[in-house]
Design a protein around this ligand. Structure first.
Ligand code: AP5
Ligand code: MG
Ligand code: ZN
Length: 205
């Protein structure tokens, strides 16, 4: 199964990707996670990526596309993959079309007014799991792996506003791009996490 998860920042791509990857036993490929790992390890890619991510802007296409091409070439991606956060503009989508045949594009839709609260209240674990302070009841450790939860550097209000604006200008046109290709599946992301998951699984059948 070759799937893309599309959706604005905070729509729940990472949350659903983690669950879907487990269910279908396919790798979860998140460009955001790859960049954050590079930033942590202070690699040359990480140093470039950080300067864009901190501002809420897209990392240049030549860097991003190359990373994804290499990742999708790895043996574990041959049977399928779940792309989270890529493509993010029409150019990236065209480049992806040249190297792989995506089957379905799941667009998780959430009212824009709710996204800021979701993201600024997010706490993440190094294992990839996300939480929201409203449901943590003061817990500071990951329920899955026990890791210490922290807040992403780009989850502050100013950067989130820029990310939302970049999404509208550059990423939202992909909805039409994949609708025309007959691959788009629209999901109401404004429900409980388990309900959103169920809807995605049903629509993938
Ligand atoms: P990336 O890491 O992809 O961030 P993003 O797109 O801004 O999306 P988020 O990770 O913020 O949101 P999400 O949809 O995964 O939401 P989540 O599930 O965590 O990218 C970061 C940066 O990297 C970009 O700004 C860019 O600079 C760069 N980058 C990445 N890819 C790139 C590319 N292809 N090209 C160029 N640059 C690139 O959920 C959010 C919160 O909501 C959590 O607290 C969660 O618990 C909660 N939540 C989830 N689902 C629900 C629900 N159903 N109900 C209530 N709360 C929920
Ligand atoms: Mg994410
Ligand atoms: Zn964890």
């Amino acid at each position: 199964m070759k799937i893309i998860l599309l959706g604005a920042p905070g729509a729940g791509k990472g949350t659903q990707a983690k669950r879907l990857a487990e269910k279908y036993d396919i790798p979860h490929v998140s460009t955001g996670d790859i960049f954050r790992a590079n930033i942590k390890n202070q690699t040359p890619i990480g140093i470039v990526a950080k300067s864009y991510i901190d501002k809420g802007q897209l990392v240049p296409d030549e860097v991003t596309v190359e990373i994804v091409k290499q990742r999708l070439n790895e043996p574990d991606c041959q049977k399928g993959y779940l792309l989270d956060g890529f493509p993010r503009n029409v150019y990236q989508a065209e480049e992806l079309d040249k190297i792989s045949n995506v089957e379905k594009v799941i667009d998780i839709e959430v009212d824009f007014t709710k996204l800021l609260k979701r993201i600024t209240g997010r706490r993440v674990c190094a294992c990839g799991e996300s939480y929201h302070v409203d449901f943590l009841e003061g817990k500071t450790e990951c329920a899955r792996c026990g890791g210490k939860l922290y807040q992403r550097a780009d989850d502050n209000e100013a950067t989130v506003n820029e990310r939302l604006s970049v999404y509208q200008k550059q990423t939202a046109p992909l909805i039409d791009y994949y609708k025309k290709a007959g691959k788009l599946v629209v999901i109401d992301g404004d429900k409980a996490i388990d309900e959103v998951f169920e809807e995605i699984v049903n629509k993938l059948k």
